[in-house]
Write a protein that binds this ligand. Structure first.
Ligand code: NAI
Ligand code: MG
Length: 333
């Protein structure tokens, strides 16, 4: 029996979190869910954005499945998602981008993993207004922060028999900050002589990714570029509806998909549950339940290949619930 914190989030969060929970349960893995929530809906009901019970549960279970939480744009409160990653030092944001058979995309065989630094860079949120027409933000890169994400990327490449790690930077312009990140990549790569370190400037990387994405295996980069490249890469394999993710620290793991709360489709029972379901599969793998995890991947693949119960973003007309039920039907243990 595993104790796991479930944070449904808002927007499409509760719909896709429920889908992921039911698929995980269908594999037979025994989980005691502790459901807690944060965000604007909670503020309206309980008068607080992030109730203490969220922190208490996370600190007890040390593992969570989390839906997206809306962040106001341009003003208002800071991102709860970013706050949780910083507070618990969840420094590795890992996003596997893998083509799923049956989804029509311009490229076959896309199979890469993004390792995004998750606690530093412009996302430390230190901004100030200098005068009425000028604002500044601090981009902070540290040696320690860079080394640990780069080491995680190389360790993953080694364990999974990958021959190349691509470090993405803009060190031609940001010589000190991105320069430090790049320098750390060169240092770590010395411990892995059998793995090629490829250095690519972020603008060129965007072009390479949309022209020939299959050349990449493991990508490691700073927070902002990692955020942007994640959505770009999601677009290569069918969109945000199918890409899972994990935020890993030393002693805590929060599993969440790449997508946000998708207010444009929230509450309509049309969101694609696959991203969150595969996020759940990543969580089972992390728990050592690799067979159960694999059975979810296979069930998703089968459901998409059959094509009968897929959501609108994959050119189908199934609801979130119909697609979830089809995936559950396709689980073979
Ligand atoms: P988004 O990822 O929510 O949506 C972008 C586009 O993709 C929309 O057209 C949406 O309908 C579509 N989409 C996303 N997930 C989908 C799914 N599962 N099935 C089908 N279509 C899907 O990004 P957006 O609109 O820029 O941000 C909305 C809100 O989400 C913002 O408040 C943002 O701050 C927040 N956000 C939260 C994240 C988190 O909690 N980790 C991550 C990203 C954004
Ligand atoms: Mg993002």
């Amino acid at each position: 029996m595993y104790n796991i914190t479930l944070i449904p989030g808002d927007g499409i969060g509760p719909e896709v979190a429920e889908a992921a929970k039911s698929v995980i349960e269908a594999t037979g893995v025994k989980i005691r869910w502790e459901t807690v929530n944060a965000g604007i809906d909670v503020l309206a009901k309980e008068g607080i954005l992030v109730p203490d019970k969220v922190f208490e549960s996370l600190e007890k279970t040390r593992i969570a499945l989390k839906g997206p939480i809306t962040t106001p744009i341009g003003s208002g409160f800071k991102s709860i998602n970013v706050m949780l990653r910083k507070k618990y030092d969840l420094f590795s944001n890992i996003r596997p981008i893998k083509a799923i058979p049956g989804i029509a995309v311009p490229f076959q065989n896309v199979d890469l993993v993004i390792f995004r630094e998750n606690t530093e860079d412009l996302y430390i949120g230190v901004e100030k207004t200098i005068d009425e027409g000028t604002a500044e933000a601090i981009k902070r890169i540290t040696r320690e922060g860079s080394l640990r994400i780069i080491k995680a990327a190389f360790a993953y490449a080694h364990q999974n028999h990958k021959s190349k790690v691509t470090v993405v930077h803009k060190a031609n312009i940001m010589k000190l900050t991105d320069g430090l990140f790049l320098q750390c990549a060169r240092e770590v790569s010395k411990d892995y002589p059998h793995i090629q370190l490829q250095e690519v400037i972020v603008d060129n990387m965007c072009m390479q990714l949309v022209m020939n994405p299959s050349q990449f295996q493991v990508i490691v980069t700073t927070n902002l570029y990692g955020d942007i490249l994640s959505d770009l890469c999601a677009g290569l394999v069918g969109g945000l509806g199918v890409v899972p993710g994990a935020n890993l620290g030393k002693d805590m793991a929060v599993f969440e998909a790449v997508h946000g709360s998708a207010p444009d489709i929230a509450g309509k029972n049309i969101a694609n549950p696959v991203a969150m379901i595969l996020t759940g599969a990543m969580m089972l793998h992390y728990l050592g339940e690799s067979d159960k995890s694999y059975s979810i991947y296979k069930a998703v693949e089968t459901t998409i290949l059959e094509g009968k119960f897929v959501t609108k973003d994959l050119d189908g007309s199934a609801s979130t619930k119909d697609m979830t039920n089809a995936i559950i039907e396709n689980i073979s243990l």
